[in-house]
Design a protein around this ligand. Sequence first.
Ligand code: SF4
Length: 388
Amino acid sequence: MNTQNDILGLGALGLYVHAPFCTSTCDFCAFYQEKPRKNAVKTFLDGLFDEWNLVLPAPPVDTVFLGGGTPGALSERDLERLCSFVREAAGECFDEWSVELAPSEVTPAKLRVLVEAGVNRVSLGIQSFQPRLLEALGRRHPPERARQAFDWMREAGFDNLNLDLIFCVPGQSLEDWRLDLDTAVSWEPDHLSTYCLIHEEKAALFAQVERGEIGPDPEREERFFRFTWDFLKEAGFDQYEVANFARSGKRCKHNWNVWRMNEWIGLGPSAASQRAGERWANAASLDRWSAALKEGRLEREEVVTLGALELFEDYLLFGLRLNDGIDLGEATIRCPQVDVNPVRELLFQLAEEGLIEGCDDQFRVTDLGRLVVDRLGSEVADRVRVAA
Ligand code: SF4
């Protein structure tokens, strides 16, 4: 069978491991996670080895991303076991190994475990520097803990650090957001991810949405988006995706691989994978995930077969979010069966509305287009179906 990378003419492979544990649940979060009880952690760590054996054979891994939940919720000893599993699975040749951590879990001892294992990038979930806004998000760390965690990470030798921030929090003014961005930039991180608060149905904050107390406000969001893009550009960060900004050479390679439609293997409950012409998610339940593994099978959900058309569509949808944009010439090489002309016509129409810029085969969204990128995505997807 052709693998997706054969179809796309690419070779990179990512490994994502979902550690589904958090000591407390943030009010905006809809990720699958549970409390790191001893038995649950053991079930998870044992299951990873079983899952990997079912996934094999796999080519060498280029990038690793250890997320969740938050892997830092594990004890030092369990984190060591998790890292040694990753070392065994990923081999020696990976280029980047990222780990997500929450400030309250960072300790010098855990950082030593990560450094010794070969982790070379850490993403710290700051969200805000202001106690009132952290409270509004149900985020349980004092701001000074975040600073201490960051300093410890630098002292441990990490030279590739990301900070995650959230904007459009209930009660947050644009001035509050300016202060958060200012503080983040003054710490001199290598990368910043800035997310607009999304009201997920499964998140605790959704109860306030249902009561009509909070909710999406496109005009307010536009002000925050535009402010963010201008502020971080002025601060010397290179925006390479709607929500992601990097210092030179510090783009997240793992995410980049995903957005460029390479393959990745996801391990752990709820982890998604894209491999061998299919995309799927593991069962979002530690018990179901582990029970299936004990029977020698993977509990896969939402399985999608990726033909040339689906790959072409995803290439375009991700490309709309990337500042490097879309290259229809490259898309033609990757998916020669697909007629790109209907899409090219649409992109020219969108260019007349100031939403897209470019010519010939190279297109990228403008700031105006980036504000309505989801709408552009559905228009492009409709046009792809016309091309089918
Ligand atoms: S946002 Fe992160 S730390 Fe908070 S509950 Fe979700 S996964 Fe856990």
